[in-house]
Design a protein around this ligand. Structure first.
Ligand SMILES: Nc1ncnc2c1ncn2[C@@H]1O[C@H](COP(=O)(O)OP(=O)(O)OP(=O)(O)O)[C@@H](O)[C@H]1O
Ligand SMILES: [Mg+2]
Length: 551
């Protein structure tokens, strides 16, 4: 079948070679103007391409002498316009000078011309997000363009100069690159990694394997530098939340970096809306969290002693107080960490929730049991991920957020002497947690039923340690009164004397009472409550004798 592109190019080349006139206006070459327009090229460059396409070995070498000879008639006999057109084509990554002294097409152009498909010409000169990224991939990879290129940084650290950054400087990602990453140490690496992550996302809906990307780099100092910046998330795109990573450095050297929705929004506003939508669909990375407005209002009642301990914690939630404290302490750290520990059902978890509600702080709640994973390395990865997600949540919600390690006994207990791989894992989990606390910026709460055997290393790291014991009889009576509206104080006192319940148990009784009432119970209130309490006790004793609860 005839190839329409090739036919056109041959026609043009044929005319150029056979026209005898010394000077000939280039506009008069038949078909040249239209074809050049389709290639989005100037007529002179187009003529060079036509000559290469139609290359006939009998005409001699396809070198600059050949081109100037045949094209001089269009350029008032000057050679400079011809050589600069050639240079531009080389720079655009379309042609190159083969060692045998003949200009040849680069693969991309070759492919397009061979296809005979005029449509493909759209990608020829990398203008705009997609062509730019495609070109980026082709340039930073080897000559062979595979269907699914393995991404590797250049072995030499010289940034390729045919990335068309200048031609695309209007694009948001290029603007961001130019203003935030260009003066980064080893900026050639920053450049490659940055566009690689975006290209993989846009063109392949994929993440970037960090270590695979770095494979080509031999220099240890560069690797150390990168590890410092990237693993610690000091790199601007990670800090801004445009990129995020999964995995950890310490464990199995498997880290992937990917572009987030936030990144797509900020760095690719020019992207075709349909395509952007598809990208956003593929990563809805909104960190799951508890919204403060969804938290139910619960009135908590504490003993005087507990109130005194909790008061400063509450004050710490005010931003200006935190700032003042940080100034006073002369620290650069803005983290606040609080542990609430003690008897079950005393309001430890609920206190955190109510603070979040009052101060409009989203909560990222970590279930410590879920972090622990029997696979070596997974638990550690999980804990890194938790801290990263917390940081991401702060960025996404643009609010101060609470990181809540609920029921964190396993995490906070004393580190053990190592007897088994399980012990080892638990210790390394604790060590990572300790390390993360050291540099933590934000508000961290941990709750635990542990009383005695908190690891001393943790004790030091929590700014506030609040021990909550079971409330006194007086306080318990107040809780009875508050929960059962209209219950006289003397009846509440009878209940608190008779039943040594935790606040959570009292709140349970209240729920059952309401259910019974809906079901039509006609019992007198105090008698009704007492009977519910006795039942609760029996159940409680059964479960106590059935299995040890471990505290
Ligand atoms: N001090 C309190 N005053 C009033 N109600 C309370 C109090 N403490 C707990 N409650 C009630 O009990 C419920 C459960 O309490 P919460 O989950 O906070 O207990 P906890 O201390 O975290 O217990 P655990 O150690 O078992 O996790 C609360 O939602 C609330 O309704
Ligand atoms: Mg709790």
């Amino acid at each position: 079948m005839l190839n329409p592109i090739l036919l056109k190019l041959e026609e043009i080349a044929d005319f150029i070679i056979h026209i005898q006139e010394e000077e000939f206006p280039i506009q008069n070459v038949p078909n040249l103007a239209e074809t050049a327009a389709q290639f989005r090229m100037d007529p002179l460059s187009m003529s060079i391409i036509a000559l290469i396409a139609a290359s006939d070995p009998t005409l001699g070498d396809l070198n600059d002498v050949f081109f100037t000879t045949h094209l001089k008639k269009f350029t008032e006999k000057r050679r400079t316009p011809v050589t600069s057109a050639l240079q531009k084509l080389e720079q655009f990554n379309l042609v190159y000078l083969h060692p045998n002294d003949r200009y040849q097409f680069k693969r991309k152009l070759q492919r397009i011309i061979q296809s005979g498909n005029w449509e493909l010409l759209k990608d020829l000169v990398p203008h705009g997000v997609v062509p730019f990224l495609k070109n980026f991939i082709e340039t930073t990879n080897s000559e062979e363009v595979e269907i699914y290129p393995r991404f590797q940084m250049m072995r030499s650290l010289d940034a390729p100069d045919n990335l068309f950054l200048e031609e695309n400087e209007h694009l948001a990602m290029v603007k961001y690159y130019n203003s935030h990453l260009i003066n980064f140490d080893h900026d050639e690496i920053a450049q490659q990694l940055f566009f690689m992550i975006i290209a993989r996302k846009v063109l392949y809906f994929d993440t970037t394997d960090y270590y695979q990307a770095l494979n080509g780099i031999r220099r240890e100092d560069v690797k150390n530098f990168l590890n410092h910046y990237i693993i610690n998330e000091l790199w601007d795109p990670l800090q801004k939340g445009y990129f995020q990573f999964e995995g950890s450095d310490l464990v199995n050297e498997h880290i992937t970096i990917e572009m987030t929705d936030l990144g797509v929004e900020h760095l690719l506003p020019e992207l075709d809306p349909l395509m952007a939508e598809k990208l956003l669909d593929s990563t809805t990375v909104t960190v799951p969290h508890l919204k403060p407005e969804k938290i139910k209002d619960v009135k908590l009642i504490f003993d005087k002693e507990a109130q005194q301990l909790l008061h400063p914690v509450k004050r710490l939630m005010e931003l200006d107080i935190r700032e003042k404290i940080n100034q006073k302490l002369g620290g650069y750290k803005t983290g606040v960490s609080v542990i609430l520990y003690g008897a079950p059902g005393t309001g430890k978890t609920e206190f955190c929730l109510q603070l979040a509600k009052e101060f409009d702080m989203p909560i990222f709640q970590v279930n410590v049991a879920e972090i622990q994973n029997k696979w070596v390395g997974e638990s550690e990865k999980n804990i890194y991920r938790m801290f990263r997600q917390y940081n991401l949540l702060k960025k996404q919600t643009k609010k101060e957020c609470i990181l809540l390690f609920n029921e964190a006994d396993a995490l906070l207990g004393k580190r053990v002497s190592v007897n088994s791989s399980v012990d080892n894992m638990e210790n390394s989990l604790k060590n990572i947690f300790l390390e993360k606390m050291e540099n933590f910026e934000g508000i961290l709460f941990a709750t635990s039923n542990l009383t005695g055997n908190l690891d001393p290393a943790f004790e030091r790291r929590f700014l506030y340690k609040v021990f909550l014991k079971k409330p006194s009889k007086e306080t318990a009576a107040k809780i009875w009164c508050t929960l059962f509206k209209g219950l006289p104080l003397d009846e509440a006192k009878i209940l608190s004397q008779e039943f040594d319940f935790s606040p959570a148990e009292i709140s349970n009784i209240k729920k059952k009472y309401e259910i019974d009432k809906i079901l039509g119970s006609k019992l007198k209130r105090l008698t009704h409550i007492q009977s519910l309490c006795r039942n609760e006790r029996i159940l409680d004793q059964k479960s106590q004798s059935g299995k040890s609860l471990g505290f």
